[in-house]
Ligand binder design. Structure first.
Ligand code: KG4
Ligand code: ZN
Length: 389
């Protein structure tokens, strides 16, 4: 065992977007606590994340969240082997709150600081989940490699080929979106239909009440011709594009004169922010529910088709699906069925590990602690930080 490892406990801190999160994870495989303070209520009236408000909320929440994570874990600051923090990508001001706090804490405690890429965190959410299932002896821990990881969230729709490299991991970026991320498309389509923020969970909950075949979103709307040249010269083989389908949703509402209904719904939902999907069903006509179901089906199908094609082309031995959109029920069902048909192992994080959290940051930091890869004292936030080659 390395001398730098005693308890194996890492405190993870995450503040890249609109969740302030802290967690204590042992040896990258056992979650002792996982605390998330959501800012949904703050951003709801604006229909999206307001960066300035996000930073302020992080500042307000970071200390109570870290203290709660430690309290729930039963560990003390002195028990920790390291502090891990999200370095990027994300909102600059939001990231800075977590990075500044983690640096100060590591300095004060004289503990090593580990910088984690948020996207690597999402991939490790799946590995953490697998390790936890293995500990309950429900499933084997090790996924076959190389694994194709789809990170599909509000800010990203990326494909990575993940391999073990020494004590750590290596990632090859083999796919990305040319414009909006899939989660962004969920959020923007929801906003267009007068549904609250974030839109993904709402669309997920409402889609089962609509007919997914009602509105034929064509493939061309998801994969615009304008980018074909880009595709032939870029070494990355898979491209997503979700801005077209958002425009198609807007056009559909205009052609079908839905604006009055949308405005009425927006007002009612803002007046009743606590209502659950089944309670707000009366605010939705069948045409809107059909549009929602068709939208979700089109996005999930596009993600599924391209991910499985990439897996085949690249010879991936397994699939890891993570990020906020990986919480989507239709996505899980359809990806799982497709994987079973092809005999390809597939793994998702639990729902709470799919969306932003700090357990995934602490888990991703574990191989770095083992390898002695620590952040410099000059660490700063990097809003555009990339992962892999
Ligand atoms: O990973 P995440 O929490 O934050 C980012 O790193 O972006 O992802 C948030 C995104 C939002 O766009 C949200 O609408 C979407 O994930 N999302 C969902 C679901 N839950 C969250 N999208 C579809 N279905 C869901 N159940
Ligand atoms: Zn995320």
């Amino acid at each position: 065992m390395h001398s730098r490892i005693n308890s194996g406990l890492i405190l993870g801190i995450e503040s890249s977007c609109d969740e302030t999160a802290a967690a204590v994870v042992r040896r990258g495989s056992e979650t002792l606590s996982n605390v998330v303070a959501s800012q949904i209520a703050t951003h709801l009236p604006y229909g999206g994340v307001v960066p300035e408000l996000a930073s302020r909320e992080h500042l307000r929440n970071i200390l109570p969240v870290v203290h709660a994570a430690l309290r729930e874990s039963g560990a003390t600051f002195t028990d920790l082997d390291a502090i891990a923090v999200t370095e990027g990508p994300g909102l600059a001001g939001a990231l800075l709150v977590g990075v500044s706090y983690a640096k100060a804490l590591a300095f004060a405690l004289d503990k090593p600081l580990i910088a984690v890429n948020h996207l690597e965190g999402h991939i490790h959410a799946v590995l953490l989940q697998q390790a936890q299932l293995a500990a309950q002896s429900e499933e084997p821990a090790d996924l076959e490699l190389p694994a194709l990881a789809l990170v599909v969230s509000g800010g990203h729709t990326h494909l990575y080929l993940a391999r073990r490299q020494g004590e750590g991991w290596s990632y090859q970026n083999v796919g990305r979106t040319l414009d909006d991320a899939a989660g962004e498309a969920f959020d923007k389509a929801a906003k267009l239909l007068g549904i609250g923020y974030p839109g993904g969970p709402w669309i997920d909950a409402l889609a089962p009440y609509g007919n997914p075949d009602a509105v034929p979103f064509s493939f061309a709307q998801i994969k615009p011709k304008a980018h074909r040249k880009d595709q032939s010269t870029d070494p990355i083989s898979t491209f997503f594009s979700f801005s077209g389908i958002k425009t198609a949703v807007l056009r559909y509402t205009q052609i079908h004169n839905m604006s009055a209904r949308i405005e009425e719904r927006r007002r009612k939902l803002l007046e009743n922010p606590e209502m659950r999907a089944h309670e707000v069903l009366t605010f939705f006509d069948q045409q809107t529910l059909d549009l929602i179901a068709s939208f979700q089906r089109a996005v999930v199908d596009d993600l599924r088709r391209k991910t499985f094609r990439a897996a085949e082309n690249l010879g991936a031995a397994s699939l890891l699906i993570s990020g906020g959109v990986a919480a989507n029920r239709e996505l899980r069902v359809r990806f799982t069925a497709d994987a079973a048909e092809r005999g390809l192992p597939i793994a998702f994080p639990s729902l709470s590990l799919s969306t932003d959290n700090a357990a995934m940051i602490a888990a991703a930091a574990w191989p770095k602690l083992e390898a002695g890869i620590f952040a410099p004292e000059t660490l700063s936030a990097d809003p555009a930080l990339a992962l892999g080659r």
